[in-house]
Write a protein that binds this ligand. Sequence first.
Ligand code: F0G
Length: 462
Amino acid sequence: MGQQFGRQSWAEPWKIKMVEPLRMLTREERVDALQEAGFNTFLLPSEAVYIDLLTDSGTSAMSDRQWAGMMLGDEAYAGSRNYYRLEEAVREHYGYTHIVPTHQGRGAEHLLSQVLIEPGQLVPGNMYFTTTRLHQELAGGSFVDVIIDEAHDPASLHPFKGNVDLGKLEDLIRREGAARVAYVSLAGTVNMAGGQPVSMENVRALRSLCDRYDVPLYLDATRMVENAFFIQEREPGFGDWSIARILKSFCSYTDGAWMSAKKDNLVNIGGWLAVNDPAVFDELRNLVVVYEGLHTYGGLAGRDMEAMAIGISEAVADDYVRARIGQVRYLGDLLTDWGIPIVLPIGGHAIFLDARRFYDHLPQDEFPAQTLAAELYLDSGVRAMERGIASAGRDPVTGDHHRPRLELTRLTIPRRVYTQAHMDVVAESVNRVHEVREATRGLRMTHEPKYLRFFQARFERL
Ligand code: F0G
C-alpha cells in the first residue's frame, strides 16, 4: 500500500463523450478475411478489424469543440470564413505567411514538388517518405537520403535520430553544385525511421548551411508537434519552453511547410501548404486551382477547414501531447520488458516492431514485416502496417527492389481513440506471435502495382 504514495501517473486530459462499438471476428473468419485481402492489411475491410493500428492518419477522435465547429462551416465557393480561420491558426502556431489548403498531405506534396523541382534536380532529405518521394520523382527530381547513419540502426539510442547529417549534405552540394539541389526536404519526426525527432540545434545549423549555398529549406510538418515534445524533453535549454513556442521557433528556420493535417492537426481529412516567399505562393496558388480546388478551399469543405483550425490549437497543448506520446510509450515499454525487438528510442506516433530481428530466419525478400502484420491480424484482429521492403518500392532507374535496412511493422496509435486496456491487448497479441515466431513462414508477392505498391500489393504464404 505504501508504494502507491510514490506513484505519479499521467492521464489523458479529456474524457470520452461518444463511443463506437468494436467487433471481433472468430479466428476462422479472420483467416478468410486475410486470404481475401491477399495478406495485405491495407486490403482488409475495417469491419474485419478489432483494434485498428494501421495508421494515425485521419483516425483521430475530434473534440466536442471541433464537432461544434463543423456546424459553422461556411460552404461558399470563394473566400469561406473558415479559410481565414485556418490561415490565422497556421500563422499563429507555425508562423508562415501564406497558406494554401489541400485535400491532404500528398496534395500539398504534389503542388510543392511541381513548383520547386526542375527535371534532373536532386532533393536531399532526412529519409524518404513513400508519397513525398514519389511526388518528387514525378516532378523529375531524385531523392537523396542525408539522414544521420544512426537512423538506419533500430537499436541506436541517439536522442535525435531524425537529424540531417550536415557533412553528407554539404558533400552533396559541393559535388553536384547548389544549382542542382531543388531544396532540402526536412521532416519533423521521421516516420520511416520510427517517428524519430530532429533537434533544434540541427535545424539551426541546417538553416545556416542552406543560406551559405542559397538552397531553400522546406519542412514536412505532419508530425512536427510531436517533434517539439522531444525537443522539450531532451534538448538542453528547452525544458521550460511550451510545445507551442518550440514548434513556432523550429518552423522559423524553414522557408515553408507542407502538412498532412490528418495527423497532428487532429482532423479526419485535410492538409495545407504554407510558405513565406510570395513568388512561390503565387505559383502554388495558381496550381492549386488545377488539381485541388479554389485557393480558399483546396479540395476541402468549409467545415473541414474549421475543424482543422480548432485542431491546430488543441494539438499544441502541452498536457495533450504528453498524454499522446505517453500512450505510445506505455505500449513500447510493455513490449521492451517482454523482450520484443522494437525501434528505440520509442518515437512519437507508433511502435515499430523490428521484423528483421523478430523473424531472423526470414530473408528480406520473403517480406518479414508484411508477414508479421499478417500474423498479428490472424492472432487477434489487430491491424498493423508494413514499413519495410514492400513500402520501399523499386528504384526507378534500375528497377530492382529498394532494400531498406529497416524492416519494420508499425503499430500506429490513433490520437485520442484507444485506451490503455487496448494497449495491453495489443501487447499480449504481439507477445503470442513472438512466441511462435520460429515456425512462421514468409510471403511471396503475387500482384505488384506500379505506384506505392504496398497499398494494393497481394501476397501468398510460402
Ligand atoms: N508526410 C508524412 C511524414 C506522412 O506520414 C504522410 C502520410 C504524408 C506526408 C502524406 O500525407 O496521407 O495526408 O496524403 N502518412 C500516412 C501514414 C499515410 O500512415 O503514415 P497524406
